[in-house]
Write a protein that binds this ligand. Structure first.
Ligand SMILES: Nc1ncnc2c1ncn2[C@@H]1O[C@H](COP(=O)(O)OP(=O)(O)O)[C@@H](O)[C@H]1O
Ligand SMILES: [Mg+2]
Length: 214
C-alpha cells in the first residue's frame, strides 16, 4: 500500500509526494484541476496528459531509457505512482558550487537518444532533468511529449532548453553549445531517425526566428 512520506513539489498542475509502495521507494504524481479553465476541458486535458505520460514512460522503460518506471496508474484520481529517482534536479545541480560542466554534454547525448527513440519531450527545462547520486541523468515529466514527433518538435526541445539555460543559468558560458555538442556526437542507434544535423539546423532556425522577432 501507498505510504506517503513528504511532499516534494507542489506546482500549478501537479503535486509530487515521496513515499513507499509495497516497501519500494516511490513518488505519487497527482494532477490537479485548474480552476480557471472550464471543468470539462480541464478534465479532458488532465486525463490526456496523464495518459500520454504513462504511455511514454512505459515505452521508455521498454527500451531501457533512464526515466522513472510507471508502477501504478490511477486514472480516476488523475495520479500515478512512479519509481523514485534518488538525486537532485539538474536545476539544483547547475546551481551547486561543485558543478563540473560535464552534465550538459551528457544531457545533449540523452536528448539525442530520446529523439532517436521517436519521442520529443515538450517541456525540457532543467527542473525536468534529474541527476542521480551516481551522477547519471534521467528525464522526467513527459505530460507534453509526443510519439513520432516532427522535426519542429525536436528542434523546439532544444529551444526550450536554450531559453531555460539563458534565463536561469546564464552564469554558465556556452551552456546550450555544450548540449548541442553532446547531441551531435551521440552515437547513432537508429539509422531511420531524423539526422542530428537536421535537428540542430532546425533548432538554429527557431532560435534565429525568436531572436529576430524579439
Ligand atoms: N520519479 C521522481 N523521483 C524523484 N523526484 C521526482 C520524480 N518525479 C518528480 N520529481 C520531483 O518533483 C518535481 C515535479 O515533478 P514533475 O513530474 O516535473 O511535475 P510537474 O508537471 O508539476 O512539473 C520534479 O522537478 C522533481 O523535483
Ligand atoms: Mg516538471
Amino acid at each position: 500500500m501507498w505510504k506517503p512520506d513528504k511532499v516534494l513539489h507542489e506546482g500549478a498542475e501537479a503535486t509530487v509526494t515521496a513515499g513507499s509502495w509495497l516497501g519500494r521507494k516511490a513518488v505519487l504524481k497527482s494532477r490537479r484541476a485548474r480552476s480557471y479553465r472550464h471543468p470539462d476541458l480541464d478534465r479532458r486535458l488532465t486525463r490526456q496528459r496523464l495518459a500520454v505520460e504513462a504511455r511514454v514512460l512505459s515505452r521508455l522503460s521498454s527500451v531501457g531509457f533512464p526515466s522513472p518506471k510507471l508502477m501504478f496508474l490511477d486514472q480516476r484520481n488523475s495520479s500515478m505512482l512512479l519509481s523514485k529517482i534518488e538525486g537532485m534536479t539538474l536545476y539544483d545541480l547547475l546551481k551547486s558550487v561543485d558543478y563540473s560542466g560535464d552534465e550538459l554534454f551528457s544531457l545533449g547525448s540523452l536528448i539525442r537518444r530520446l529523439h532517436e527513440t521517436g519521442i520529443s519531450h515538450g517541456d525540457l527545462t532543467t527542473h525536468n532533468v534529474m541527476s542521480t547520486n551516481e551522477g547519471d541523468l534521467h528525464l522526467i515529466d513527459f505530460g507534453l511529449s509526443r510519439q513520432s514527433p516532427e522535426l519542429e518538435h525536436m528542434g523546439l526541445d532544444l529551444q526550450v532548453l536554450r531559453e531555460c539555460l539563458g534565463a536561469s543559468h546564464s552564469e554558465i558560458d556556452g551552456a546550450i553549445d555544450r548540449v548541442c555538442k553532446g547531441y551531435m556526437e551521440a552515437q547513432s542507434l537508429n539509422d531511420d531517425a531524423e539526422s542530428a544535423e537536421n535537428v540542430i539546423e532546425r533548432f538554429r532556425k527557431i532560435a534565429g526566428r525568436v531572436r529576430y522577432h524579439g
